[in-house]
Design a protein around this ligand. Structure first.
Ligand code: BG6
Length: 516
């Protein structure tokens, strides 16, 4: 199935109630403050995303940036730093005029996040922008800091009265991780929601901003042919993989206290599961979509202690070679304690106990320093009930498999059985596929572009709601506790392999992990 992009854009409005949610909300004039503006995430992702939005003309006419962080710096120095970050990390080569215009008014407020003075300085900077515009601009606070500062910043924004503004909207974007346990997430929600209302809060999960993740909804809910099959009667099992060939780089400080389960499964991978398993929402509005996702999470029982060894596996990479290059083991990485037991690989088998999915295993696995980078969702259909071909003929018949590849080589592929030309009847798997690259000739925006724009619009569809984040932790917490109290260290796997052999243990009879 090779597709080409239609020459005229397809209509999105019509009788289909799903399309109503696609109507764009306007982007209001906004003052955006980034806490942690000189940090890695800001440099690599946020500032380049702002540039690309400006390049596309997607930012509002009045858009002002305030950078906040500990280092002492002048406005001019911050503008220079922001400009350099865009030049280094933007997906497009920046246009000098657009770049200069984007940061020409940018302000910088130095200070530690617990200092009331810092918030007075921020208020002053934002007021000056409002006066210049002769109107109250919306305000958006982006918390791109270490998570320990989230409650401190939110608390201070509340105490200094920066959480509301008459005649304009105030929003807060909170980066991950949102807590490191269920208890912490509940407490953080309590703190945040004592200052802001839920509709003001945008909890980031960058996977939700990926084109390919949004495409799961388009694929499922805009094509009639798969929906009748999308249930326990036809689907045998679902495998969601987020494999990475990279190690932990310079992030030992964060990663060693997080581990693979918290880093990828608790958030991104459970979100992927929700997209695959949820019922079609009545509309694609923030609450309709999130209500459906929360129902999926509630249908997953929190793992019981006795079941955990048979449903979850961890691992830690040892020295090995990735892509022909020798790499150190996890505990030899800079900044990692010598006896660290942090898992760099995690796999779990979950079931969604509802009418649609009861009995269908959902296998989720992720790991660092695996053989290659691949993020995919593989939906394996049940085998046909009877094969009438002679034995040799039927050898190549495998159950149908639908693979949605999120990266790299984004696309969808459907594996079918076909006859090999020749005198005898012999079967082999063939693939019908569509690839993003060749179907749509444009470059996909980075997830942060979409997410920042949605937050400026006040559209929370692609952000995690408070009950959703807690439901995610409720599933993961028991496994983390069991691992933390286990006397056994995580099994080792060779860097560059497909993970620990122990991962086989959680598969049901007849199931196999897909090759990485
Ligand atoms: C981040 C994790 O949230 O997601 C990283 O902290 C991980 O450890 C990254 O590498 C993966 O994101 P992507 O977009 O490259 O799949």
């Amino acid at each position: 199935m090779s597709t080409t992009a239609p020459s005229t854009p397809p209509e999105v409005v019509g009788d289909n109630p799903l399309s109503e949610g696609l109507e764009r909300l306007p982007v209001h004039p906004t003052n955006l403050a980034i806490f942690g503006a000189t940090g890695d995430l800001s440099n690599r992702k946020l500032l380049p995303a702002l540039y690309n939005l400006a390049h596309d003309g997607a930012l509002p006419e009045r858009f002002n940036l305030v950078g906040i962080s500990r280092s002492e710096m002048t406005d001019e120095e911050f503008r220079k730093l922001a400009t350099e970050a865009v030049r280094k990390y933007s997906r497009r080569t920046p246009d000098d005029a657009v770049l200069a215009r984007l940061f020409e008014n940018a302000r910088y407020v130095p200070g530690t996040f617990d200092q009331p003075d810092l918030y007075a300085g921020l208020e002053q900077a934002m007021q000056a922008f409002d006066e210049d515009a002769h109107q109250r601009l919306n305000r958006c606070f982006y918390l791109s800091t270490a998570p320990t500062f989230f409650p401190v910043i939110v608390g201070n924004l509340g105490e200094q009265g920066l959480n509301r503004l008459e005649g304009a909207e105030v929003r807060v974007i909170i980066e991950k991780p949102f807590g490191t346990t269920l208890e912490e997430a509940v407490e953080l929600n309590r703190q945040v929601l004592s200052v802001f209302d839920e509709h003001q809060v945008f909890r980031i999960d960058h996977y939700l901003g990926k084109e390919t993740v949004q495409n799961i909804m388009a694929f499922r809910f805009a094509n009639g042919m798969f929906e009748p099959l999308w249930n326990r009667n036809y689907i045998d099992n679902i495998q969601i993989t987020a494999a990475e060939d990279l190690g932990i780089g310079t992030r030992a400080g964060y990663y060693d206290s997080a581990g693979a389960m918290r880093d990828l499964i608790q958030n991104h991978m459970l979100q992927l599961l929700c997209h695959v398993a949820m019922e079609p929402p009545v509309k694609l509005t923030a609450d309709d979509v999130r209500n459906e996702k929360v129902k999926v999470l509630h249908a997953i029982a929190a793992p019981a202690d006795a079941d955990i060894p048979g449903m979850a596996v961890r691992g830690q990479y040892a020295h090995g070679a990735v892509g022909g290059v020798e790499v150190p083991g996890y505990t030899e990485e800079e900044g990692v304690p010598e006896h660290s037991r942090t898992e760099t690989y995690a796999a779990i088998r979950l079931e969604v106990d509802n009418w649609r999915w009861a009995g269908v295993p959902f296998y989720l696995r992720t790991g660092k320093r695996l053989a290659r980078k691949v993020t995919e969702i593989a939906v394996a259909l049940r085998p046909v009930p009877h094969l009438g071909f002679e034995r040799e003929g039927s050898l190549g018949a495998h159950p149908n498999l639908l693979v949605m590849t999120l990266q790299p080589g984004e696309g969808v592929s459907l594996q079918l059985a076909a006859r090999i030309p020749g005198a005898r009847m012999r079967l082999t798997p063939v693939h019908m596929e569509y690839l993003y690259d060749t179907s749509f000739m444009s470059q996909s925006p980075d997830a942060y572009e979409r997410l920042i724009l949605d937050a400026l619009r006040g559209d929370a569809t692609l952000f995690t709601r408070s009950d959703e984040v807690e439901a995610q932790w409720r599933i993961i917490d028991p496994v983390l506790e069991a691992w933390a109290s286990s006397p056994e260290p995580p099994p080792r796997y060779r860097a560059g392999s497909s993970g620990p052999a122990e991962a086989e243990r959680i598969l049901q009879p007849g199931h196999r992990w897909r090759a990485i």
